[in-house]
Ligand binder design. Structure first.
Ligand code: SAM
Length: 196
């Protein structure tokens, strides 16, 4: 994967707000026009060329589809308690896992290698993690702490809905270099941390 700086993340967010170059099938997905953050997911995945992406909270699959389209060579694992509302354009590089976000972290923890995703022995290192489930401080920080040891050096963790009521304890608790990416998700707040 290619590493990225805070400054480059801000530049990419500006591009995402001003230039929409996504495939038309992507911006036709449910909610895709609501936030420039979907365009940002696509552009970021394209730029850092990740091998392994995990999205916590899939819902319609709009985010999953953008990540998978931006990084066609990556494996994108989307995790949700409930996959009934799925409306995504399916791609070969998407794997869905129905269950709790913390349970999936436990499945990966303590395993240096896994081969059930790739059919070969590969190290467990997440290059890009998107946290977007319950929108409470307790859940979001539990997810952040559970997945942090599974991240690749230079990996990125994205946080949606940071300014939602109940999420106020999240941002101050993130110790890594971090940046709020303004106006990507209206007033709801969208941030990124770079893992050392
Ligand atoms: C805001 S939606 C996700 C939207 C998606 N990331 C996107 O941008 O297109 C939140 C989803 O998180 C799921 N969710 C809530 N708590 C969860 C948990 N503990 N584990 C897994 N999924 C959870 C919900 O079922 C819901 O579908």
């Amino acid at each position: 994967m290619n590493t990225i700086t805070v400054e480059a993340l801000l530049e990419l967010a500006e591009t995402a707000r001003t230039q929409d170059t996504r495939d038309t099938y992507l911006w036709a997905l449910p909610w895709a026009k609501v936030g420039a953050y979907y365009n940002f997911l696509y552009l970021l995945a394209e730029k850092i060329n990740p091998g392994f992406i995990v999205e916590l909270g899939v819902h319609h699959g709009t985010g999953t589809a953008h990540l998978a389209a931006g990084a066609p060579n990556a494996t994108v694992v989307g995790i949700d308690l409930d996959l009934e509302d799925l409306k995504l354009e399916f791609r070969d590089n998407i794997k869905l896992w129905k269950g709790d976000s913390l349970a999936y972290a436990r499945k990966l923890q303590g395993r240096k290698y896994m081969n059930d995703l790739w059919g070969e022995r590969r190290e467990v290192r997440i290059d890009l993690l998107f946290i977007d489930t319950e929108h409470t401080t307790a859940q979001c920080l539990a997810e952040y702490r559970a997945y942090l040891p599974l991240m690749a050096p230079g990996g990125i963790i994205l946080f949606d809905d940071l300014f939602m009521g109940g999420m106020s304890g999240v941002w101050p608790a993130i110790a890594e270099p971090k940046v709020i990416l303004p106006d990507l998700h209206a007033h709801l707040g969208f941030g990124a941390a770079i893992i050392g």
